[in-house]
Design a protein around this ligand. Structure first.
Ligand SMILES: CC(C)(COP(=O)(O)OP(=O)(O)OC[C@H]1O[C@@H](n2cnc3c(N)ncnc32)[C@H](O)[C@@H]1OP(=O)(O)O)[C@@H](O)C(=O)NCCC(=O)NCCS
Length: 178
């Protein structure tokens, strides 16, 4: 009986150590992702341009991967906003999606995804910017806390401050339903 109790205590201690390690603050660079996506004919709309919904799906996947890497939990997309299509994309283009965390709340994470068309010589043209909010889920599918974010560069600090404002605006929009 004593042995079982001791085993249980050790198990609980290991779990606490694991979860506190998981909750250690992380850098933006720890979770950033760059994904290359070739554009095939099946991705086009009837004007022979990349179908916008297809790009949104790729953006959502990249944002989910960034958020998941940060919190090491399953995540779900709560909101996609500031989605700006800046230039068309055509068959044969290679799209590069660059995703990184910009802000974290208690259980939510804001991810920015920039999408570029990359030429053979490596030149990149920005075609879309998007901000998404993802929420970490526990084993019961309920929102659960995420690690803090360490901003190191001026750009990361500026994004954080803007993220704070975007969060307030989203909250206001939800409360006032506009
Ligand atoms: C996102 C979801 C888990 C939030 O659940 P909830 O019960 O409203 O949770 P809470 O009110 O406790 O909010 C949890 C966090 O999400 C944020 N949040 C909730 N709804 C949000 C929204 N529409 N936009 C941005 N953030 C939102 C809250 O601000 C909070 O953040 P914080 O912990 O950092 O302060 C729930 O609404 C959901 O499951 N939605 C469907 C998601 C989905 O299926 N996505 C796939 C697309 S089909």
């Amino acid at each position: 009986m004593k042995e079982i109790k001791k085993g249980r205590e050790l198990n609980n201690m290991a779990k606490t150590a694991d979860s506190s390690a998981e909750m250690q603050p992380k850098h933006v660079s720890d979770s950033k992702i760059e994904q290359l996506q070739p554009v095939f004919k099946a991705h086009l709309n009837d004007q022979d341009r990349l179908f916008g919904g297809q790009l949104v799906a790729w953006i959502d996947i990249v944002a989910g991967a960034v958020a998941r890497r940060h919190c090491r939990r399953n995540v779900t997309t709560a909101e996609i906003d500031s989605l700006q299509f800046k230039a068309p994309v055509y068959a044969g283009n290679v799209v590069v999606l660059y995703g990184r965390l910009t802000y974290v709340g208690h259980t939510s994470m804001e991810v920015r995804v920039d999408s570029y068309v990359e030429a053979l010589n490596g030149d990149r043209k920005l075609v879309n910017t998007a901000y998404l909010v993802l929420v970490a889920l526990d084993e019961n599918g309920k929102p659960t806390p995420v690690p803090r974010l360490i901003c190191e560069t001026d750009e990361e600090t500026t994004e954080w401050a803007a993220g704070e404002k975007r969060r307030e605006l989203r909250k206001k929009r939800r409360e006032e339903s506009f």
